[in-house]
Design a binder for this molecule. Sequence first.
Ligand code: ZN
Length: 131
Amino acid sequence: MKVEQTLLEHGVNPTPQRMEVGMVLLSRPRHMSADQILTTLRETGNRISKATVYNTLNLFSRRGVVREVAIDPTRLVYDSTLHPHHHFYNTDTNELTDFDSPDLPISGLPKLPEGMTLESVDLIIRIRSDR
Ligand SMILES: [Zn+2]
């Protein structure tokens, strides 16, 4: 099974509860908050605790199973797409959509501090409908 394999590849022991969280988040490319994942699990009759969901997501993120996207300090979503990409964030609908990095060459970055290497640049472009 793909989810189990993904967890094992990242050094995560695939316990039943981690598999359940993984099935929701990793089944296809998606962006979900911890509460959305909890709600989805509860809707299917799962009685997993909120703490377990949060702990599992923390573990997934530390091990690189998912990527955290902080839209603002109160809004953290988990992204099942790992390759480098940027996001549009629609402030009308709270919807996050992906766009690939090659679509946006980044130039004019500031000089990095001595001895530092650029690791990544993550952009969130906030959009709304033009009313
Ligand atoms: Zn994404």
